[in-house]
Design a protein around this ligand. Structure first.
Ligand code: UT7
Length: 348
């Protein structure tokens, strides 16, 4: 009880504060012109429809999984937080492209960090994986179940794409990469750290963006016929997802700000999932936000799904677009269908 009360006797609240961030992308740069050598596409089409100019992919020879990219981003985040892996109470790993079908990447990366008993939880919420992970971490911290959590979003898309004209609508969008954040419990009555969260899902749209082969509903889960039909590649109803994104993202941002008791004017930077520059421009326009209030880096990384928000967050900090005292909103929509937003105030 003593620990939970301040000197003035008021109840101190447990809050989730961000202590360190990191990002990592593999060194193989793939430009739009590179892609147009392998499929019928063009730099012009990709830039106009998506804003993407380049992305990074893992080496062609393979052997690099999402846990490897996540590990590199995590090492940077841990070092910036001044933590050793042993300080962690929990690892949360968000990915749609795990190293193995099972077990999850959290376990695999935990071992690579040199740990042997720290719990590891995988999140399978695709483009909103970071938002679901951050909200889960916040719940663990507020309930006292954990004090120090490493949250990672990492993807290796390139080894699962149809790099031919048949797969061009999907293949040109995705990039590989990882982002990580260290989250810590702080007892404070100040509005600091995670201030609010709004998460949603609508499974009606599950087939609008999916990968089928390897799944339990197929018997056998994999066969030559399935492969010949190309059902091991992601399929996406791009137009439907685009329309849902421009409708749901403004709604969920208004919802999360209301929950946190904040006005849009109080927000210094909105960090959206990087699915398509045009989606984020539509979003900014419908919220009547000036361009500089919405962070975009899809031009350089493509869509890295669960990694895109933490990569953007780390880059925005590095560019001094935000810092201690800034209020940020993370938001996104993607496969599931899932969508959501989290508002946080950064602080020492
Ligand atoms: O993060 C996960 C969530 N995913 C998203 O948020 C994706 C949201 N959707 C999108 O970003 C867009 O729908 C895409 C970028 C995927 C596609 O853009 P679009 O403006 O909706 O194009 P479209 O699918 O309507 O295709 C227009 C034309 C078609 O040709 P026809 O039928 O008009 O002759 C496509 O076959 O463009 C063609 N096309 C391409 N052409 C050159 C499709 N992909 C390509 C390509 N290069 N890569």
């Amino acid at each position: 009880i003593e620990r939970l009360t301040s000197t003035k006797g008021a109840m101190m609240m447990k809050r989730t504060v961000i202590r360190g961030t990191g990002r990592y992308v593999p060194p193989r740069l793939v430009t739009n012109d590179d892609l147009s050598q392998w499929m019928d596409t063009s730099d012009e089409w990709i830039r106009q429809r998506t804003g993407i100019e380049q992305r990074y992919w893992v080496p062609e020879e393979g052997g690099v999984g999402s846990s490897d990219l996540g590990l590199e981003a995590s090492k940077i985040a841990l070092q910036r937080a001044g933590w050793a892996p042993e300080d962690l109470d929990l690892i949360i790993f968000a990915t749609l492209s795990p190293d193995l079908f099972f077990p999850g990447c959290g376990c695999i990366m935990q071992h690579k960090l040199g740990l042997a008993a720290t719990p590891a939880l995988d999140i399978r919420q695709q483009c909103t994986g970071f938002l679901y992970g951050l909200t889960t971490a916040d719940a663990y911290i507020r309930s006292g179940l954990a004090n120090r959590i490493l949250l990672v979003g990492a993807e290796v898309h390139s080894t699962g794409l149809d790099i031919s004209t048949a797969g061009r609508d999907v293949a040109v969008i995705f990039g590989d990469g990882a982002g990580a954040v260290c989250l810590e419990s702080l007892e404070s009555n100040e509005p600091i750290g995670v201030l609010g969260s709004a998460l949603h899902a609508d499974g009606k749209f599950a087939n609008s963006l999916m990968v089928e082969v390897g799944s339990s509903r197929l018997n056998p889960r994999i066969s030559h016929e399935l492969i010949d039909e190309g059902r091991h590649y992601p399929v996406m109803d791009g137009k439907a997802i685009f329309k849902l994104a421009v409708q749901k993202l403004p709604e969920v941002v208004i919802e999360v700000l209301k929950k946190a008791g904040l006005d849009l004017e109080a927000v210094d930077l909105l960090i959206p999932h990087q699915a398509n520059l045009r989606i984020n421009q539509f979003f900014a326009h419908s919220m009547k936000l000036p361009e500089e209030k919405v962070f975009n880096n899809i031009q350089r990384y493509g869509n890295t799904t669960a990694a895109s928000i933490p990569i953007a967050f780390d880059e925005a900090l590095e560019m001094n677009r935000i810092g201690d005292g800034s209020t940020v909103v993370f938001l996104g929509l993607g496969a599931g269908l899932t969508w959501g937003a989290v508002v946080a105030r950064l602080g020492p």
